[in-house]
Design a protein around this ligand. Sequence first.
Ligand code: ADP
Ligand code: MG
Length: 695
Amino acid sequence: MSKLPEIFGSLVFNDTVMKQRLPKETYRSLKKAVQENKPLDVNVANVIASAMKDWAVEKGATHFTPWFQPMTGITAEKHDSFISPTPDGGVIMEFSGKELVKGEPDASSFPSGGIRATFEARGYTAWDPTSYAFIKDNSLCIPTAFCSYTGEALDKKTPLLRSMEALDAQALRILRLFGNVDAKKVLTTVGPEQEYFLVDKALHDKRKDLIFCGRTLFGAKPPKGQELEDHYFGAIKPRIAAYMKDLNEQLWKLGVLAKTEHNEVAPAQHELAPIFSTTNVATDHNQLTMEVMKKTALKHGLVCLLHEKPFAGINGSGKHNNWSLSTDTGVNLLEPGESPSENAQFLLFLVAVVKAIDEYQELLRVSVATAGNDHRLGANEAPPAIVSVFLGEELTGILDAIESGKPYGKKAPQEMTIGVNVLPRFPKDTTDRNRTSPFAFTGNKFEFRMVGSSLSIAGPNFVLNTIVADSLKEFADKLEKAKNFTAELNALIKDTIKAHKRIIFNGNNYEESWVKEAEKRGLANLKTVPESVESFIAPKSVGVLTKFGVLTKKEIHSRYEITLENYCKVLNIEVLTMLEMIHKEILPGVFKYVTSVAATALSVKQLGGAPTGAEEALVSKLSRLAEDLAGKAAALEGELLKVKAIESAKDQATAFAATVVPLMAETRAVADEIEPLVAEEFLPFPTYGDLLFRV
Ligand code: ADP
Ligand code: MG
C-alpha cells in the first residue's frame, strides 16, 4: 500500500483537485454558488464538467452516472459512457455542463408512494455540488438529488439538503443576537458509527433466510453465545483484519474518513466509525461505506450483514448518529465555552435541542421505523422505543439550578446566572456515558442511538435538523423583539427547561421501571412501525416539516405510504421464506432422520437385540414436534393470506404486527426445539454456532 496521504481521496474530485484543475474564476463561482445555495451558471457548469471528465478519464473512467438515493434506502446509478461519435467515424470523450447539472433517469420502478402518476414515469436528478464527485467501478459518480418531473422529492437527499438550509437560517439568527458577525453559515455535523456482522459466504449461501431476508428466521441458541463478552474489543482475527484493511483502503480512496474499527459485543459483530463531517457528506459517505462493506466482504469469501437483527438472542446492529452544530468558522455550538456569554449561547442551543426532542419525539421515532429496527427498539434491546434525552448528572444539576433559582454545587454553591457565570467543565470521558439512552449528550454532541444499522441516516437527520430549526426559530422570534436581551434570555431558558424537562432521563433505560415512569411523564412508547407511522402524518409533524419547506404535504404522505408498503413487503417475504424452509428443508430433514432412527431400531430387533427405548422416544418426540410445526406453518400460511387480502396499507401493516409476527415467533420456537434433536447431516443449513464462530 502506498502512503495513506497519497491514496486518501485519490478517487475524489475534491477541493484540492478543483483548485488545480479549474480556472480561478470558475472555482470561485462554484464556491459562491455553494455558499449561497444558488444555482450554477451553465457556462460555469460546462467548464466544471469538462475538467471533471478529463480528470476521470485520466483515472481510467469510461462512464458517468448520477448517484442518487431513492426511497429504497440504497443508492442508485444510471451509467452513460462519455463517448460521443465524430463525423470521421471515431469517438471523443464528452461530458457537458447540462449532463452534470441535470439527468433524466427513468423513475418508474422506484417507490414513490403514489406521487408519480404512471403516465409520467420520468424523474430527474439534480447535481448536489456540496458533495464531491468520485470514481467507482470506472464510473464518474455525481452525487445528485432525485425528483419527480413535477418537482416532488423522490429521494432521501432532497429533504436533508432543505433541512440543512432551514437550520442554517435559524441558527444564524441566534448567533447574530449574541453578536457573532463572522459566521456565514451554520452546518450540522454527523459521525455515524456503523455496526455490522461478517459471516462465511459458503455457510451464508446455504441459508435461504440469510439470502432472502438478510437475517435468520430460525436457529437454536448455540452452546456459546455472547455471555463471556470475549469478543468485545477483542483481538481481531487475521481474516477479519485483512477485510478491514482492504475496506479502509477503499474507503480512504473515496475520501471517507474511516477512523476506528473494533469488534463489538456479539460474536462476528464489528463496528466502523468515521471522523465526522457535514450531515450531507456524512450521509453520502455512510451509503458508500455500506456498499463498499458488502462488496469487499465478497472478495474475502465473507458476507456482510447490515440487518438490524441477523440473529435472535445475540445483540443487534445499530448506527450511532453523533450529531452537532458547527459554524463555517469551525465553532462547535454544542461545546460549552470558556466565557459567560459563550455559555449562555451554549445553554440556549442545548435547551433548543431538548425542547425539539420533547415536542417531536414521535416524529423522531418514526424517522427510524423499519421492520428490521422493530427487533431492536422496544424489544429489550438497545435502546428502547421511548425517546428520552440523557444529559448526565452535572448538566442536569445545572439546568435544575437554573430552573429553581437555587444555588448550584456542593463545595462552593453559586447561583447559576446565565450570561454571568462560567459553566463548570463537563466530563467527556466514557465513565459518565449512559449507554442505554436513545439520545445522549456526550460532552459536545448528541448521540442518537435508535438508528438501525441498514437505514440511510438522511431520514433521522432531516428530522433532527428541522425540529431543532423550529426551536431556534421560536427563540429568535422572541429574542429579536426583546427590550432587555439578558432578562428575556434568562426567562426563555428557564421556561424551556420547565416545559420540557420530562424528556430528560439519566437512569437505566432498559429497566421496566423506566417504561412505567415514562408513561407517567406522558412520553410516547411506539413499539412497531404500524404503531409509530401515524405520527408522521399527524398535523404537528406535517406542520413543522412544511413550515420549513423540508417536505410538502404530498411528499409526507408518499413517504408514509412507502414506509407501510415496505413493512408489509418485508414481512411477506419473511413468512414465505419461513414456509419454504419448513416445507423444503426442516420437515423433510426431520422425516428422513426419523425414518433412519426407526430403521435402526428395526434392524436391532431383526438381529435379535432389543432397542433401547432411546430410538422410540426420539421418534415419537420428533414426530410430535413435526406435527406441531406443520400445524403452525399451516396457520401462518392461512393468516398471511388473510392479512394480504386487507386493502388499506395501514390496516394490513397493523394486522401483520398483531397476528403474523407473533405466529412467526411461535413457529420459529418449534423449529428451534427440533434443530438440536436432529443429526447434523439431516438439516441442510448451518447452525448459529457455525455462522457465529466459524469465520
Ligand atoms: P464513542 O465512544 O461513542 O465511540 P467517539 O469519541 O469515538 O465516541 O466518537 C464517535 C463519533 O462521533 C465519531 O464518528 C466522531 O467523529 C463523532 N463526532 C465527534 N465530534 C463530533 C461532532 N462535533 N459532530 C458530529 N460528530 C462528532
Ligand atoms: Mg458511540
